[in-house]
Design a protein around this ligand. Structure first.
Ligand code: HEC
Ligand code: HEC
Ligand code: HEC
Ligand code: HEC
Ligand code: HEC
Length: 306
Protein backbone atom coordinates (compact mmCIF):
# COMPACT_ATOMS: atom_id res chain seq x y z
CA UNK A 1 0.00 0.00 0.00
CA UNK A 2 2.73 2.43 0.89
CA UNK A 3 4.48 1.62 -2.36
CA UNK A 4 1.37 2.65 -4.19
CA UNK A 5 1.46 6.06 -2.58
CA UNK A 6 5.18 6.34 -3.10
CA UNK A 7 5.15 5.64 -6.80
CA UNK A 8 2.38 8.17 -7.27
CA UNK A 9 4.35 10.84 -5.48
CA UNK A 10 7.42 10.19 -7.60
CA UNK A 11 5.40 10.49 -10.76
CA UNK A 12 3.61 13.58 -9.61
CA UNK A 13 6.69 15.48 -8.58
CA UNK A 14 8.44 14.52 -11.74
CA UNK A 15 5.58 15.41 -14.01
CA UNK A 16 5.11 18.84 -12.54
CA UNK A 17 8.72 19.72 -13.13
CA UNK A 18 8.48 18.39 -16.66
CA UNK A 19 5.28 20.14 -17.64
CA UNK A 20 7.30 23.24 -18.43
CA UNK A 21 9.29 21.52 -21.11
CA UNK A 22 6.13 19.88 -22.38
CA UNK A 23 4.55 23.18 -23.13
CA UNK A 24 7.71 24.70 -24.55
CA UNK A 25 8.02 21.84 -27.00
CA UNK A 26 6.22 21.71 -30.29
CA UNK A 27 2.59 21.77 -29.28
CA UNK A 28 1.57 19.71 -32.24
CA UNK A 29 3.84 16.90 -31.20
CA UNK A 30 0.89 14.55 -30.74
CA UNK A 31 0.33 14.52 -34.47
CA UNK A 32 3.48 12.46 -34.85
CA UNK A 33 1.76 9.70 -32.92
CA UNK A 34 2.43 6.27 -34.37
CA UNK A 35 -1.23 5.50 -34.91
CA UNK A 36 -2.88 6.41 -38.17
CA UNK A 37 -6.39 5.61 -39.28
CA UNK A 38 -6.82 3.78 -42.56
CA UNK A 39 -10.45 4.87 -42.96
CA UNK A 40 -11.70 8.35 -42.10
CA UNK A 41 -13.65 8.68 -38.86
CA UNK A 42 -16.24 11.43 -38.65
CA UNK A 43 -15.68 14.17 -36.10
CA UNK A 44 -17.09 13.42 -32.65
CA UNK A 45 -19.03 16.37 -31.30
CA UNK A 46 -20.62 14.93 -28.16
CA UNK A 47 -20.31 12.05 -25.73
CA UNK A 48 -23.27 10.53 -27.57
CA UNK A 49 -21.12 10.45 -30.72
CA UNK A 50 -18.33 8.76 -28.76
CA UNK A 51 -20.71 6.07 -27.50
CA UNK A 52 -22.09 5.53 -30.98
CA UNK A 53 -18.68 5.21 -32.63
CA UNK A 54 -16.74 3.10 -30.12
CA UNK A 55 -18.11 -0.24 -28.94
CA UNK A 56 -18.44 -0.23 -25.17
CA UNK A 57 -16.37 -2.86 -23.34
CA UNK A 58 -19.69 -4.03 -21.91
CA UNK A 59 -20.61 -5.23 -25.39
CA UNK A 60 -17.44 -7.32 -25.55
CA UNK A 61 -18.05 -8.64 -22.04
CA UNK A 62 -21.04 -10.61 -23.29
CA UNK A 63 -18.61 -13.13 -24.84
CA UNK A 64 -15.23 -12.17 -23.34
CA UNK A 65 -16.32 -11.95 -19.74
CA UNK A 66 -12.99 -12.94 -18.21
CA UNK A 67 -11.04 -10.35 -20.21
CA UNK A 68 -13.61 -7.75 -19.30
CA UNK A 69 -13.39 -8.48 -15.57
CA UNK A 70 -9.62 -8.16 -15.59
CA UNK A 71 -9.48 -5.10 -17.80
CA UNK A 72 -12.11 -3.37 -15.59
CA UNK A 73 -9.67 -3.59 -12.69
CA UNK A 74 -6.70 -2.33 -14.69
CA UNK A 75 -5.37 1.19 -14.86
CA UNK A 76 -6.16 1.21 -18.57
CA UNK A 77 -9.83 1.21 -17.60
CA UNK A 78 -9.27 4.19 -15.29
CA UNK A 79 -6.94 6.14 -17.50
CA UNK A 80 -8.83 9.42 -17.21
CA UNK A 81 -11.25 8.91 -14.39
CA UNK A 82 -9.09 8.95 -11.33
CA UNK A 83 -8.05 11.49 -8.73
CA UNK A 84 -4.35 11.16 -9.59
CA UNK A 85 -4.89 12.09 -13.21
CA UNK A 86 -7.27 14.87 -12.22
CA UNK A 87 -4.76 16.39 -9.81
CA UNK A 88 -2.01 16.59 -12.40
CA UNK A 89 -4.40 17.71 -15.12
CA UNK A 90 -5.46 20.64 -12.94
CA UNK A 91 -1.81 21.61 -12.58
CA UNK A 92 -1.44 21.42 -16.33
CA UNK A 93 -4.47 23.69 -16.83
CA UNK A 94 -3.05 26.12 -14.32
CA UNK A 95 0.21 26.11 -16.22
CA UNK A 96 -1.54 26.75 -19.54
CA UNK A 97 -3.20 29.83 -18.07
CA UNK A 98 0.10 31.40 -17.06
CA UNK A 99 1.34 34.55 -18.76
CA UNK A 100 4.71 33.00 -19.64
CA UNK A 101 3.00 30.04 -21.30
CA UNK A 102 0.99 32.38 -23.47
CA UNK A 103 4.15 34.21 -24.41
CA UNK A 104 5.95 30.97 -25.28
CA UNK A 105 2.99 29.92 -27.41
CA UNK A 106 2.48 33.34 -28.92
CA UNK A 107 -1.26 32.96 -28.24
CA UNK A 108 -3.79 31.72 -25.70
CA UNK A 109 -3.60 27.97 -25.16
CA UNK A 110 -6.41 26.04 -26.77
CA UNK A 111 -7.71 22.60 -27.66
CA UNK A 112 -4.39 21.48 -29.17
CA UNK A 113 -2.74 21.74 -25.78
CA UNK A 114 -5.59 19.89 -24.11
CA UNK A 115 -5.49 17.15 -26.72
CA UNK A 116 -1.81 16.59 -26.19
CA UNK A 117 -2.41 15.70 -22.59
CA UNK A 118 -5.38 13.48 -23.35
CA UNK A 119 -3.98 11.53 -26.24
CA UNK A 120 -2.61 8.45 -24.47
CA UNK A 121 -5.05 8.62 -21.57
CA UNK A 122 -8.11 8.97 -23.82
CA UNK A 123 -6.94 8.06 -27.33
CA UNK A 124 -10.39 8.28 -28.90
CA UNK A 125 -10.39 12.03 -28.37
CA UNK A 126 -8.09 12.55 -31.32
CA UNK A 127 -11.32 12.42 -33.34
CA UNK A 128 -13.14 14.89 -31.09
CA UNK A 129 -14.17 18.41 -32.08
CA UNK A 130 -12.67 21.34 -30.20
CA UNK A 131 -16.01 21.82 -28.45
CA UNK A 132 -16.04 18.25 -27.14
CA UNK A 133 -12.40 18.45 -26.05
CA UNK A 134 -13.27 21.52 -23.97
CA UNK A 135 -16.32 19.84 -22.44
CA UNK A 136 -14.35 16.75 -21.49
CA UNK A 137 -11.56 18.86 -20.10
CA UNK A 138 -14.12 20.59 -17.83
CA UNK A 139 -15.49 17.23 -16.74
CA UNK A 140 -12.04 16.04 -15.70
CA UNK A 141 -11.28 19.30 -13.93
CA UNK A 142 -14.53 19.02 -11.98
CA UNK A 143 -14.39 15.27 -11.40
CA UNK A 144 -17.63 14.59 -13.27
CA UNK A 145 -16.65 10.96 -13.89
CA UNK A 146 -20.11 9.76 -14.89
CA UNK A 147 -20.14 12.07 -17.90
CA UNK A 148 -16.85 10.73 -19.25
CA UNK A 149 -17.06 7.09 -18.27
CA UNK A 150 -16.60 5.90 -21.86
CA UNK A 151 -13.30 7.44 -22.84
CA UNK A 152 -10.74 5.05 -21.36
CA UNK A 153 -8.22 2.83 -23.11
CA UNK A 154 -10.94 0.42 -24.06
CA UNK A 155 -10.96 -2.98 -25.82
CA UNK A 156 -11.47 -1.56 -29.30
CA UNK A 157 -8.70 1.03 -28.86
CA UNK A 158 -6.21 -1.84 -28.63
CA UNK A 159 -7.85 -4.47 -30.79
CA UNK A 160 -8.52 -2.41 -33.91
CA UNK A 161 -4.81 -1.71 -34.35
CA UNK A 162 -3.51 -3.54 -37.40
CA UNK A 163 -0.20 -5.42 -37.68
CA UNK A 164 1.12 -2.32 -39.47
CA UNK A 165 0.32 -0.19 -36.43
CA UNK A 166 -2.62 1.72 -37.86
CA UNK A 167 -6.13 1.95 -36.53
CA UNK A 168 -8.72 0.49 -38.88
CA UNK A 169 -11.18 3.26 -38.02
CA UNK A 170 -13.98 0.69 -37.59
CA UNK A 171 -14.37 0.85 -33.82
CA UNK A 172 -17.86 -0.60 -33.60
CA UNK A 173 -19.09 -3.99 -32.51
CA UNK A 174 -18.69 -5.46 -36.01
CA UNK A 175 -15.22 -4.11 -36.74
CA UNK A 176 -12.25 -6.41 -37.35
CA UNK A 177 -10.55 -7.39 -34.07
CA UNK A 178 -6.80 -8.04 -34.25
CA UNK A 179 -5.15 -10.29 -31.68
CA UNK A 180 -2.80 -13.21 -31.07
CA UNK A 181 -5.03 -16.02 -32.37
CA UNK A 182 -3.83 -17.49 -35.66
CA UNK A 183 -6.92 -19.64 -36.41
CA UNK A 184 -9.87 -17.78 -34.90
CA UNK A 185 -13.38 -19.23 -35.25
CA UNK A 186 -15.31 -17.44 -38.01
CA UNK A 187 -17.35 -14.26 -37.75
CA UNK A 188 -20.55 -16.25 -38.02
CA UNK A 189 -19.88 -17.26 -34.38
CA UNK A 190 -18.27 -14.09 -33.00
CA UNK A 191 -20.17 -11.42 -34.90
CA UNK A 192 -16.88 -9.70 -35.72
CA UNK A 193 -13.97 -10.59 -37.98
CA UNK A 194 -10.91 -11.82 -36.08
CA UNK A 195 -7.42 -11.48 -37.51
CA UNK A 196 -3.99 -12.48 -36.33
CA UNK A 197 -1.53 -9.70 -35.51
CA UNK A 198 2.10 -10.35 -34.64
CA UNK A 199 2.37 -6.78 -33.36
CA UNK A 200 0.06 -7.63 -30.46
CA UNK A 201 2.70 -9.96 -29.08
CA UNK A 202 5.52 -7.42 -29.30
CA UNK A 203 6.69 -4.46 -27.23
CA UNK A 204 6.26 -2.09 -30.14
CA UNK A 205 2.51 -2.46 -29.70
CA UNK A 206 2.77 -0.74 -26.30
CA UNK A 207 5.37 1.79 -27.45
CA UNK A 208 3.23 4.68 -28.73
CA UNK A 209 1.96 5.41 -25.23
CA UNK A 210 4.69 4.00 -23.00
CA UNK A 211 7.42 6.06 -24.51
CA UNK A 212 8.76 9.51 -24.94
CA UNK A 213 9.14 9.14 -28.68
CA UNK A 214 5.67 10.16 -29.68
CA UNK A 215 5.18 13.07 -27.31
CA UNK A 216 7.37 15.12 -25.06
CA UNK A 217 5.50 14.03 -21.96
CA UNK A 218 7.54 12.06 -19.48
CA UNK A 219 4.74 9.88 -18.16
CA UNK A 220 6.23 6.57 -19.17
CA UNK A 221 9.74 5.93 -20.41
CA UNK A 222 9.72 2.16 -20.19
CA UNK A 223 9.91 1.52 -23.92
CA UNK A 224 13.15 3.47 -24.36
CA UNK A 225 14.63 1.71 -21.37
CA UNK A 226 13.48 -1.65 -22.64
CA UNK A 227 15.08 -0.93 -26.03
CA UNK A 228 18.39 -0.45 -24.29
CA UNK A 229 18.36 -3.96 -22.81
CA UNK A 230 19.76 -6.73 -24.99
CA UNK A 231 17.47 -9.74 -25.58
CA UNK A 232 14.82 -8.42 -23.22
CA UNK A 233 11.48 -10.21 -23.09
CA UNK A 234 8.48 -8.55 -24.70
CA UNK A 235 6.29 -6.37 -22.43
CA UNK A 236 3.43 -8.84 -22.81
CA UNK A 237 5.46 -11.75 -21.44
CA UNK A 238 5.58 -10.03 -18.05
CA UNK A 239 2.53 -7.77 -18.07
CA UNK A 240 0.08 -10.01 -19.95
CA UNK A 241 1.10 -13.42 -18.70
CA UNK A 242 -0.73 -16.53 -19.79
CA UNK A 243 -2.94 -17.36 -16.82
CA UNK A 244 -4.19 -20.69 -18.16
CA UNK A 245 -5.91 -22.43 -21.03
CA UNK A 246 -9.59 -21.68 -21.46
CA UNK A 247 -12.25 -20.69 -23.94
CA UNK A 248 -11.26 -17.07 -24.57
CA UNK A 249 -14.79 -16.34 -25.81
CA UNK A 250 -18.22 -17.87 -25.71
CA UNK A 251 -18.22 -19.99 -28.86
CA UNK A 252 -14.41 -20.03 -28.97
CA UNK A 253 -11.82 -22.76 -28.54
CA UNK A 254 -9.63 -23.62 -25.56
CA UNK A 255 -6.57 -21.40 -25.87
CA UNK A 256 -3.93 -19.55 -23.84
CA UNK A 257 -5.59 -16.72 -21.93
CA UNK A 258 -3.50 -13.56 -21.49
CA UNK A 259 -4.03 -11.51 -18.35
CA UNK A 260 -5.65 -8.13 -18.95
CA UNK A 261 -4.93 -6.72 -15.50
CA UNK A 262 -1.80 -4.93 -16.75
CA UNK A 263 -0.18 -5.07 -13.36
CA UNK A 264 2.61 -2.62 -12.73
CA UNK A 265 4.10 -0.79 -9.82
CA UNK A 266 0.75 -0.08 -8.29
CA UNK A 267 -0.06 -3.79 -7.86
CA UNK A 268 1.68 -5.54 -5.02
CA UNK A 269 1.78 -8.93 -6.72
CA UNK A 270 3.89 -7.68 -9.59
CA UNK A 271 6.19 -5.91 -7.20
CA UNK A 272 6.89 -8.97 -5.12
CA UNK A 273 7.44 -11.08 -8.23
CA UNK A 274 10.75 -9.33 -8.73
CA UNK A 275 13.50 -11.08 -6.80
CA UNK A 276 14.50 -9.63 -3.42
CA UNK A 277 11.93 -6.93 -3.76
CA UNK A 278 9.28 -7.76 -1.20
CA UNK A 279 11.69 -7.14 1.63
CA UNK A 280 12.12 -3.47 0.86
CA UNK A 281 8.83 -2.33 -0.52
CA UNK A 282 6.98 -1.05 2.51
CA UNK A 283 9.83 0.90 4.01
CA UNK A 284 10.96 4.52 3.95
CA UNK A 285 11.52 6.45 0.72
CA UNK A 286 15.30 6.06 1.11
CA UNK A 287 14.97 2.28 1.23
CA UNK A 288 12.72 2.34 -1.78
CA UNK A 289 15.39 4.06 -3.80
CA UNK A 290 17.46 0.98 -3.06
CA UNK A 291 14.64 -1.10 -4.48
CA UNK A 292 15.07 0.71 -7.76
CA UNK A 293 18.67 -0.35 -7.99
CA UNK A 294 17.93 -3.98 -7.13
CA UNK A 295 15.17 -4.20 -9.67
CA UNK A 296 17.14 -2.84 -12.57
CA UNK A 297 18.76 -6.24 -12.84
CA UNK A 298 15.47 -8.08 -13.07
CA UNK A 299 13.24 -5.79 -15.05
CA UNK A 300 14.27 -4.29 -18.37
CA UNK A 301 13.18 -0.79 -17.43
CA UNK A 302 13.54 1.60 -14.52
CA UNK A 303 11.49 1.35 -11.37
CA UNK A 304 9.54 3.42 -10.79
CA UNK A 305 8.71 4.50 -14.31
CA UNK A 306 8.96 8.10 -15.52
C1 HEC B 1 2.77 9.50 -24.51
C2 HEC B 1 1.54 9.15 -23.83
C3 HEC B 1 1.11 9.99 -22.62
C4 HEC B 1 0.82 11.34 -22.59
C5 HEC B 1 0.86 12.33 -23.75
C6 HEC B 1 0.44 11.65 -21.22
N1 HEC B 1 0.50 10.51 -20.46
FE1 HEC B 1 0.17 10.36 -18.44
N2 HEC B 1 0.67 8.40 -18.46
C7 HEC B 1 1.01 7.68 -19.60
C8 HEC B 1 1.36 6.33 -19.22
C9 HEC B 1 1.77 5.22 -20.18
C10 HEC B 1 1.24 6.26 -17.80
C11 HEC B 1 1.50 5.06 -16.91
C12 HEC B 1 2.88 5.18 -16.36
C13 HEC B 1 3.11 4.24 -15.20
O1 HEC B 1 2.20 3.91 -14.46
O2 HEC B 1 4.28 3.88 -15.03
C14 HEC B 1 0.79 7.58 -17.36
C15 HEC B 1 0.55 7.94 -16.04
C16 HEC B 1 0.08 9.15 -15.61
C17 HEC B 1 -0.27 9.48 -14.25
C18 HEC B 1 -0.14 8.57 -13.06
C19 HEC B 1 -1.29 7.61 -13.02
C20 HEC B 1 -2.56 8.21 -12.53
O3 HEC B 1 -3.53 8.20 -13.30
O4 HEC B 1 -2.62 8.67 -11.39
C21 HEC B 1 -0.74 10.77 -14.25
C22 HEC B 1 -1.25 11.57 -13.07
C23 HEC B 1 -0.67 11.24 -15.63
N3 HEC B 1 -0.16 10.24 -16.42
C24 HEC B 1 -1.07 12.51 -16.05
C25 HEC B 1 -0.84 13.02 -17.32
C26 HEC B 1 -1.05 14.41 -17.69
C27 HEC B 1 -1.58 15.49 -16.75
C28 HEC B 1 -0.70 14.55 -19.00
C29 HEC B 1 -0.64 15.82 -19.83
C30 HEC B 1 0.38 16.77 -19.37
C31 HEC B 1 -0.29 13.22 -19.47
N4 HEC B 1 -0.40 12.34 -18.41
C32 HEC B 1 0.09 12.93 -20.77
C33 HEC B 1 1.04 8.16 -20.91
C34 HEC B 1 0.89 9.48 -21.27
C1 HEC C 1 -21.00 -12.92 -29.75
C2 HEC C 1 -19.78 -13.14 -29.03
C3 HEC C 1 -18.65 -12.12 -29.14
C4 HEC C 1 -18.69 -10.77 -28.91
C5 HEC C 1 -19.88 -9.92 -28.48
C6 HEC C 1 -17.34 -10.28 -29.10
N1 HEC C 1 -16.51 -11.32 -29.44
FE1 HEC C 1 -14.50 -11.23 -29.76
N2 HEC C 1 -14.45 -13.18 -30.23
C7 HEC C 1 -15.53 -14.05 -30.16
C8 HEC C 1 -15.10 -15.38 -30.59
C9 HEC C 1 -15.98 -16.62 -30.64
C10 HEC C 1 -13.72 -15.27 -30.93
C11 HEC C 1 -12.79 -16.37 -31.46
C12 HEC C 1 -12.21 -17.14 -30.31
C13 HEC C 1 -11.52 -18.40 -30.77
O1 HEC C 1 -11.27 -18.56 -31.98
O2 HEC C 1 -11.23 -19.24 -29.90
C14 HEC C 1 -13.36 -13.89 -30.69
C15 HEC C 1 -12.08 -13.40 -30.90
C16 HEC C 1 -11.67 -12.14 -30.51
C17 HEC C 1 -10.30 -11.66 -30.54
C18 HEC C 1 -9.08 -12.43 -31.00
C19 HEC C 1 -8.72 -12.08 -32.44
C20 HEC C 1 -7.50 -12.84 -32.91
O3 HEC C 1 -7.48 -13.33 -34.07
O4 HEC C 1 -6.56 -12.96 -32.13
C21 HEC C 1 -10.33 -10.38 -30.08
C22 HEC C 1 -9.13 -9.47 -29.93
C23 HEC C 1 -11.69 -10.05 -29.78
N3 HEC C 1 -12.48 -11.13 -30.04
C24 HEC C 1 -12.10 -8.82 -29.29
C25 HEC C 1 -13.44 -8.46 -29.12
C26 HEC C 1 -13.86 -7.14 -28.76
C27 HEC C 1 -12.94 -5.97 -28.54
C28 HEC C 1 -15.22 -7.16 -28.65
C29 HEC C 1 -16.15 -6.01 -28.34
C30 HEC C 1 -16.15 -4.92 -29.31
C31 HEC C 1 -15.65 -8.51 -28.96
N4 HEC C 1 -14.54 -9.26 -29.24
C32 HEC C 1 -16.97 -8.95 -28.96
C33 HEC C 1 -16.80 -13.73 -29.74
C34 HEC C 1 -17.27 -12.46 -29.47
C1 HEC D 1 -3.81 -2.00 -23.77
C2 HEC D 1 -4.28 -2.78 -24.86
C3 HEC D 1 -5.38 -3.80 -24.65
C4 HEC D 1 -6.63 -3.58 -24.10
C5 HEC D 1 -7.19 -2.32 -23.51
C6 HEC D 1 -7.35 -4.83 -24.24
N1 HEC D 1 -6.55 -5.78 -24.83
FE1 HEC D 1 -7.07 -7.69 -25.31
N2 HEC D 1 -5.16 -8.11 -25.83
C7 HEC D 1 -4.16 -7.17 -25.94
C8 HEC D 1 -2.94 -7.82 -26.37
C9 HEC D 1 -1.61 -7.12 -26.62
C10 HEC D 1 -3.25 -9.21 -26.52
C11 HEC D 1 -2.27 -10.31 -26.92
C12 HEC D 1 -1.29 -10.67 -25.81
C13 HEC D 1 -0.24 -11.65 -26.26
O1 HEC D 1 -0.48 -12.43 -27.17
O2 HEC D 1 0.86 -11.64 -25.69
C14 HEC D 1 -4.67 -9.35 -26.21
C15 HEC D 1 -5.41 -10.55 -26.31
C16 HEC D 1 -6.80 -10.60 -26.31
C17 HEC D 1 -7.63 -11.73 -26.73
C18 HEC D 1 -7.13 -13.06 -27.28
C19 HEC D 1 -7.10 -14.14 -26.18
C20 HEC D 1 -5.96 -13.97 -25.25
O3 HEC D 1 -6.21 -13.89 -24.03
O4 HEC D 1 -4.81 -13.89 -25.72
C21 HEC D 1 -8.94 -11.37 -26.55
C22 HEC D 1 -10.17 -12.22 -26.81
C23 HEC D 1 -8.94 -10.03 -26.01
N3 HEC D 1 -7.64 -9.57 -25.87
C24 HEC D 1 -10.09 -9.32 -25.69
C25 HEC D 1 -10.10 -8.08 -25.04
C26 HEC D 1 -11.27 -7.45 -24.49
C27 HEC D 1 -12.68 -8.03 -24.55
C28 HEC D 1 -10.88 -6.26 -23.93
C29 HEC D 1 -11.70 -5.25 -23.16
C30 HEC D 1 -12.50 -5.76 -22.06
C31 HEC D 1 -9.45 -6.13 -24.19
N4 HEC D 1 -9.00 -7.25 -24.83
C32 HEC D 1 -8.67 -5.02 -23.84
C33 HEC D 1 -4.26 -5.81 -25.68
C34 HEC D 1 -5.34 -5.18 -25.09
C1 HEC E 1 -3.32 3.99 -25.95
C2 HEC E 1 -2.18 4.13 -25.06
C3 HEC E 1 -1.65 2.89 -24.35
C4 HEC E 1 -1.30 1.67 -24.89
C5 HEC E 1 -1.36 1.24 -26.36
C6 HEC E 1 -0.82 0.86 -23.79
N1 HEC E 1 -0.89 1.57 -22.62
FE1 HEC E 1 -0.41 0.90 -20.76
N2 HEC E 1 -1.08 2.64 -19.93
C7 HEC E 1 -1.47 3.75 -20.64
C8 HEC E 1 -1.83 4.80 -19.71
C9 HEC E 1 -2.30 6.20 -20.08
C10 HEC E 1 -1.66 4.28 -18.39
C11 HEC E 1 -1.89 5.00 -17.08
C12 HEC E 1 -3.34 4.99 -16.74
C13 HEC E 1 -3.61 5.71 -15.43
O1 HEC E 1 -3.35 5.13 -14.39
O2 HEC E 1 -4.07 6.85 -15.46
C14 HEC E 1 -1.18 2.90 -18.58
C15 HEC E 1 -0.90 2.03 -17.53
C16 HEC E 1 -0.24 0.81 -17.69
C17 HEC E 1 0.21 -0.04 -16.62
C18 HEC E 1 -0.04 0.19 -15.14
C19 HEC E 1 1.12 0.88 -14.52
C20 HEC E 1 1.00 0.95 -13.02
O3 HEC E 1 1.46 1.96 -12.50
O4 HEC E 1 0.47 0.03 -12.38
C21 HEC E 1 0.86 -1.11 -17.19
C22 HEC E 1 1.57 -2.25 -16.48
C23 HEC E 1 0.77 -0.94 -18.62
N3 HEC E 1 0.08 0.22 -18.90
C24 HEC E 1 1.30 -1.82 -19.55
C25 HEC E 1 1.02 -1.79 -20.92
C26 HEC E 1 1.43 -2.81 -21.85
C27 HEC E 1 2.22 -4.05 -21.48
C28 HEC E 1 0.97 -2.43 -23.07
C29 HEC E 1 1.10 -3.18 -24.38
C30 HEC E 1 0.57 -4.54 -24.39
C31 HEC E 1 0.27 -1.16 -22.91
N4 HEC E 1 0.33 -0.81 -21.58
C32 HEC E 1 -0.33 -0.43 -23.94
C33 HEC E 1 -1.53 3.86 -22.01
C34 HEC E 1 -1.37 2.82 -22.92
C1 HEC F 1 10.96 -9.21 -17.36
C2 HEC F 1 9.65 -8.71 -17.05
C3 HEC F 1 9.23 -7.34 -17.55
C4 HEC F 1 9.27 -6.85 -18.85
C5 HEC F 1 9.81 -7.53 -20.10
C6 HEC F 1 8.65 -5.54 -18.80
N1 HEC F 1 8.26 -5.23 -17.53
FE1 HEC F 1 7.25 -3.61 -16.94
N2 HEC F 1 7.38 -4.18 -14.99
C7 HEC F 1 7.84 -5.42 -14.55
C8 HEC F 1 7.70 -5.51 -13.10
C9 HEC F 1 8.10 -6.69 -12.21
C10 HEC F 1 7.14 -4.28 -12.67
C11 HEC F 1 6.73 -3.89 -11.25
C12 HEC F 1 7.76 -3.20 -10.55
C13 HEC F 1 7.78 -1.82 -11.03
O1 HEC F 1 8.50 -1.56 -12.02
O2 HEC F 1 7.10 -0.96 -10.48
C14 HEC F 1 6.93 -3.48 -13.89
C15 HEC F 1 6.36 -2.21 -13.92
C16 HEC F 1 5.89 -1.58 -15.07
C17 HEC F 1 5.11 -0.36 -15.11
C18 HEC F 1 4.74 0.47 -13.90
C19 HEC F 1 5.92 1.30 -13.47
C20 HEC F 1 5.68 2.11 -12.22
O3 HEC F 1 6.54 2.92 -11.88
O4 HEC F 1 4.65 1.97 -11.58
C21 HEC F 1 4.83 -0.11 -16.43
C22 HEC F 1 4.03 1.06 -16.96
C23 HEC F 1 5.44 -1.16 -17.20
N3 HEC F 1 6.10 -2.01 -16.35
C24 HEC F 1 5.34 -1.27 -18.59
C25 HEC F 1 6.17 -2.10 -19.36
C26 HEC F 1 6.28 -2.02 -20.81
C27 HEC F 1 5.49 -1.07 -21.69
C28 HEC F 1 7.20 -2.96 -21.17
C29 HEC F 1 7.74 -3.24 -22.56
C30 HEC F 1 8.39 -2.12 -23.25
C31 HEC F 1 7.62 -3.65 -19.96
N4 HEC F 1 6.99 -3.07 -18.89
C32 HEC F 1 8.49 -4.73 -19.92
C33 HEC F 1 8.34 -6.41 -15.36
C34 HEC F 1 8.59 -6.31 -16.73
Amino acid sequence: MEMKIFSRIVLTVFMISVNLSVARADMLEWKKMGFEVSNPVSVLDSMADVRKTFASPLVCSACHHHHYEEWSNSYHAMSVRNAGFQALYLKYLEFLRKEETKQALGRESGPEELRQCLFCHAPMLQFASDKLVHEISDSIANGKWEEIRDIQISCVMCHTITPEGKWTGAFGRTGTMYGPIKDPVPATVSGHQSKFSQRHEESKFCAPCHSLNTFNVYCSLVFEQWQGVKDAKQCQECHMEVTGEMAVAIGGKIRPDHSHLFQGGRFKDTMSSAIGLSLNVDKTPQKEIQVQVTLKNNVPHNVPDG
